[in-house]
Design a protein. Structure first.
Length: 292
């Protein structure tokens, strides 16, 4: 009898994400065991329930998913979960609170596909103080891009800059973008512009980017009208507009969902995977790599 694939869903929010449950089933999980309102103190015993119920050779059939609306809380749950495991009692685990890792990775890999080598190219992440923007900034910087992260508030931009530098071991810059008069200076020399700002807020007017001399890629992760980058459409997935290759929220999101499912499937291939932003990026690059 085949052993069933069990996914333990640890969600920091009160109600476990139905979205994450549906995707898990579509990705091949046989059973999703969902817990909401999970705190750090709860993690050890929940993980032990995964580790000691199956022999080491069968532990690849059990995996852990960490989600919820709060990425900082998710990171804390991940740290505890990894810490309580020990050889040979391990199960694979993935962190994607609020879809932040898979969304950021999907956007960055689309940029990589478009431009190739990013080393030395200036990238501006608008509204970059949230978990998606921070991860986009960190991953682009690890690719060698010269990243500037912006916020309407200087102290928030600086706080995010420090977090990204520490988390990804990179060096990025930050800027204050409180009104349109500051945009030209922020975008000066930029090749990449990505909007990770709040939903329903237009960050950049069409005229401000369509005539930009150095801009090659524009990505808008806002799916709620008015869109963040005027002139970039929701479904854009590599559409060239005025010489700029554009990606909208759905254009990125379709690949994000494919990546999400692929990562879930891989959790059940071995028992020692830890899929955070960088490891998820490796999976994404494999998905888009030319087939030999």
């Amino acid at each position: 009898m085949l052993m069933r694939k069990l996914l333990l869903q640890l969600d920091s929010s009160r109600l476990p994400s139905v979205f994450d449950q549906v995707v898990a089933y579509d990705a091949g999980a046989d059973v999703v065991m969902s817990y909401g309102g999970v705190a750090e103190a709860d993690v050890r015993d929940l993980i032990y329930g995964c580790l000691f119920t199956r022999g080491p050779k069968d532990l690849h059939n059990t995996a852990v998913w960490i989600g919820g609306s709060n990425m900082a809380a998710g990171e804390q749950l991940l740290a505890v979960a990894v810490d309580v495991m020990f050889p040979p009692f391990r199960v694979s685990i993935m962190l994607d609170s609020n879809g932040s890792n898979t969304t950021a990775v999907a956007a960055v890999v689309k940029i990589e596909q478009t431009l190739g080598d990013l080393k030395g190219k200036k990238a501006v992440v608008l509204g970059g103080t949230g978990p998606v923007g921070q991860r986009v900034a960190g991953l682009l910087a690890k690719d060698g891009a010269l990243v500037t992260l912006s916020s309407r508030r200087a102290e928030q931009a600086e706080k995010a800059r420090q977090f990204v530098n520490a988390r990804f071991n990179v060096r990025i810059d930050c800027a204050t973008y409180a009104d349109a008069s500051q945009l030209a200076q922020i975008l000066d020399g930029a090749t990449i512009m990505l909007n990770a700002g709040a939903a329903g807020i237009q960050m950049v007017a069409k005229a401000a980017w369509t005539k930009h001399k150095t801009l090659k890629v524009a990505v808008d992760l806002n799916a709620v009208p008015p869109l963040g980058l005027e002139g970039v459409e929701l479904n854009d997935a590599g559409v060239v507009r005025d010489g700029v290759t554009t990606f909208g929220a759905f254009g990125v999101g379709n690949f994000k969902t494919k990546l999400h499912k692929e990562c879930i499937g891989r959790l059940f291939t071995r028992n020692d995977l830890v899929l955070d932003a960088e490891a998820i990026a490796d999976v994404a690059r494999e998905l888009v790599a030319p087939k030999s």
